[in-house]
Design a protein around this ligand. Structure first.
Ligand SMILES: [Zn+2]
Length: 504
């Protein structure tokens, strides 16, 4: 039934279209009344015989034509035709007459369009709705929309909460001092979800079913600034950004002070039950990259005068999103993820550096991203694995504003590696890496060689090559910092250019 889809509109329409009793009057008084008849397929009708009787006329049927005669005047109706003949002239009604078991029914707009001519002096009065309202069907429940995922990312200046659903979900947001309530209409939640956050802005999240809807309760850790809500499409996501209160203006009025580089987060890929790529002789990526990462950390801390923090310093599993969440909480200035590559073809060789993009630069880049993103499946329930993780998870994240700076960092590190490692230069590429997606700072992913290539696996097994790879990454970071400091000095020397902001 149409009403199922257009319930709100139909509820009103039913009110207006309820059959009424129609009273006919002549100049000398009432002629009597007849009932409107509502047909299931729509439209209102009156009985032809009853109308003829009230008008003291006649109703005659011959074949498929019925004729209503009042005195010398007549109107002819044909089955299945809206056009009638009234006093010899055509008149079109809103519908053809209907023939039911009890006789002919005429569309009730005939009373407005034809009655005055057929029976001059007769007027029509719609008395009231018929005694009994038509039986109301119980309201069908609104269809539900399946819940897909609840995600949270902590950025230096805001916390982003994302609720993904299988389709559009109308929602309302209420905020007060203690928290935020987001009501998602008809979102079907299999079970309540709760997360402890404690990122200094949000202390906890709770998403639970309530009266057929789902309600997200966000408990705040303290005062917050602006709260923004918006929708992202394909897949459908409701996004809630909770901002920190505005920090006091910088010394030059409103603009945040430009920061020198002070903290780098180094991320050794994989770990724990996630070995990453495995070479033909059994060398595991998680072991190689942890060693290289620790070497880079020592060099950078000694030589760059910056603080270096690792997302893992031992053989433990760290979920991908924790890695950038950690960097965000630390307010890191750079994020460098270190990996070793894998390829079904053993001859694949060389080094490559990635930064995050929604578009992979080529098919191979997409494949590398898919392999590295595979770790997400080690941390998510089976139900989630069949969905397209790249599509659904990455693009609610806030990396795009750092894309240019990330690409610059990637080029600098890649140049350094290919110059000193004497490996094939596979170049700087873009692809959708989950581990980079949540970083609120320039972020790159370095692939230091192919573990699946026997020649490169032998190299990656040696302390000498690991030291060289670490030194190459360190040299790239050194060059990046040199140029960054140069830009910093330029920016500080010319304070009257507010449009120029350096990444922090
Ligand atoms: Zn990896």
């Amino acid at each position: 039934m149409l009403c199922a889809a257009l319930l709100a509109m139909c509820a009103g329409a039913t009110e207006a279209a309820r059959p009424a009793t129609i009273e006919l009057r002549s100049r000398s008084g009432t002629l009597g009344s007849l009932a409107q008849v509502a047909l299931e397929e729509g439209g209102m009708y009156v009985s032809a015989e009853r109308l003829a009787a009230l008008l003291k006329g006649s109703w005659r049927v011959k074949g498929s034509r019925g004729t209503l005669t009042v005195g010398p005047r007549s109107a002819s109706f044909d089955q299945n035709q809206s056009r009638i003949t009234l006093l010899g002239a055509p008149v079109t009604l809103q519908a053809p007459p209907r023939v039911i078991a009890s006789g002919w029914l005429l569309p009730d707009d005939f009373l407005a369009k034809g009655l005055a001519k057929l029976a001059p002096g007769v007027t029509v009065l719609r008395v009231a709705a018929a005694a009994a309202a038509p039986k109301r069907e119980p309201r069908p429940p609104r269809p539900t929309v399946a819940f897909e995922d609840l995600r949270l990312r902590s950025y230096p200046s805001f916390t982003r909460i994302v609720i993904e659903a299988a389709g559009a979900v109308p929602y309302t947001v209420e905020a007060d001092r203690s928290g935020i309530r987001l009501r998602l209409a008809r979102l079907a939640l299999p079970a309540p979800q709760a997360q402890e956050i404690d990122d200094g802005l949000v202390s906890a999240l709770r998403l639970e079913p309530e009266n057929g809807d789902a309600v997200l309760r966000v408990t705040l850790a303290g005062t917050v600034g602006q709260v923004k809500d918006f929708v992202l499409q394909d897949p459908y996501r409701v996004v809630l950004d909770i901002h920190r209160p505005k920090e006091p203006a910088g010394p030059d009025g409103g603009r945040p002070a430009i920061q020198p580089l002070r903290l780098i987060v180094l991320d050794a890929g994989h770990g724990g039950h996630d070995p990453g790529a495995i070479g033909p002789s059994g060398l595991q990526e998680k072991e190689v990259v942890l060693d290289v990462t620790r070497r880079v950390a020592r060099m950078a801390e000694d030589g760059l005068g910056v603080k270096v923090v690792l997302t893992r310093s031992t053989d433990v599993f760290v979920p991908l999103r924790e890695r950038t969440n950690f960097a965000n909480k630390q307010r890191a200035d750079l994020f460098v993820s270190i990996h070793a590559n894998a390829h079904p073809r053993a001859v694949s060789e060389g080094v490559e550096t990635y930064f995050l993009s929604s578009e992979a630069s080529d098919t191979e880049a997409r494949q590398v991203a898919a392999i590295e993103n595979g770790a997400v499946q080690l941390e998510t329930p089976a139900s989630r694995q069949k969905t397209d993780l790249l599509k659904s998870i990455l693009w609610d994240l806030a990396q795009s504003e750092f894309q240019q700076e990330s690409s610059f960092l990637a080029e600098t590190v890649q140049d350094s590696m290919t110059q000193s490692l004497r490996l094939v230069n596979r170049g700087v590429k873009q692809a959708g890496f989950y581990v980079l997606g949540g970083a609120a700072m320039p972020a790159i992913l370095v692939e230091i060689g192919f573990l699946t290539n026997p020649k490169e696996e032998r190299k990656l097994a040696t302390p000498e090559y690991r030291e060289a790879a670490a030194r190459a990454i360190y040299a790239g970071l050194t060059e990046y910092k040199r140029r960054y400091d140069q830009r910093l000095r330029t920016a500080q020397a010319v304070p009257a250019r507010p449009e120029r902001t350096l990444p922090r």
